[in-house]
Design a protein around this ligand. Structure first.
Ligand code: PEP
Length: 252
């Protein structure tokens, strides 16, 4: 059975380890602008964990959803410095990014660990966005789609069947570099992801597949119109309302 595409785009902003309390004004500016001139698209911001509660309060009743950038696989316990999905939900998060390449690389997170974190997120009622993506050399060697397929097979537990979740295709070499893959390569890899989801889950669900990696106001419209691109995961350009809002407007 073929997978269907979601009817609306999904624009997600990952603040990474950026943002003090003063940065909440950027999130508020996005929320107020969308209240004044609404969009069809789903919009979410992923601030650093200490800002989640305050952002959830500041944006309550607005159109912008709030998520976390990572969560532990266990609900609680002796894991000094870690934060569980249940705690993030309690703080006001409703989504969580899992398997971001910066976690996979800098924290050596394996597919197996990410699958465990997805289970933890589902137990807590957090909707996961699971990231996959190849390194530059892997794309150069023609292995990008195999790498992405392997990551999907390893990182997506069966328990996701029937649950809302998204995939973010983020080529590692495109993150923060100003470079993006060609339109043809993005379309091809998104089609590969859609086929892999169909093979894993049997098709039918409209799982959004987002593109991430150097999305800016200048290239957002072109990327968002690529077949199979259901939205974008935005890093640097999501930090300021001035650059995030044009991307949201490009999604419509
Ligand atoms: C990201 O952090 O997921 C990302 C895509 O970053 P940037 O948009 O800055 O490349």
């Amino acid at each position: 059975m073929a997978l269907t595409s979601p009817p609306t785009k999904f624009v997600a902003g990952n603040w990474k380890m950026n943002g003090l309390a003063s940065a909440l004004r950027e999130a508020t500016a996005v929320s107020e602008a969308l209240k004044a001139t609404p969009v069809q698209s789903r919009v979410a911001l992923f601030p650093p964990a200490p800002l989640i509660w305050r952002m959830a309060q500041a944006l309550a009743d607005g159109p912008v959803e709030i998520g976390a950038q990572d969560s532990h696989r266990e609900d609680c316990g002796a894991y000094t410095g870690d934060v569980s999905a249940e705690m993030l939900h309690d703080a006001g998060a409703r989504l969580v990014i899992l398997g971001h390449s910066e976690r996979r690389t800098l924290h050596r997170e394996s597919d197996q660990l990410i699958a465990g974190k997805v289970l933890g997120a589902l137990r807590a009622g957090l909707e996961p966005i699971i990231c996959v993506g190849e390194q530059r050399e892997q794309r150069r060697m023609g292995h990008a789609n195999r790498v992405v397929r392997d990551q999907l097979e390893g990182s997506l537990p069966d328990a996701l069947t029937g649950q809302p979740f998204s995939i973010a295709y983020e080529p590692i070499w495109a993150i923060g570099s100003g470079e993006t893959p060609s339109v043809a390569d993005i379309e091809d890899t998104h089609a590969t992801i859609q086929e892999a989801l169909s093979a894993i889950f049997g098709g039918g669900a409209a799982t959004p597949i987002l593109y991430g990696g150097s999305v800016k106001p200048e290239n957002a419209a072109e990327i968002l119109q690529i077949a199979g691109v259901d939205g974008v995961l935005v890093g640097g350009a999501s930090l300021a309302a001035d650059t995030f809002l044009p991307i949201i407007r490009a999604a419509g």
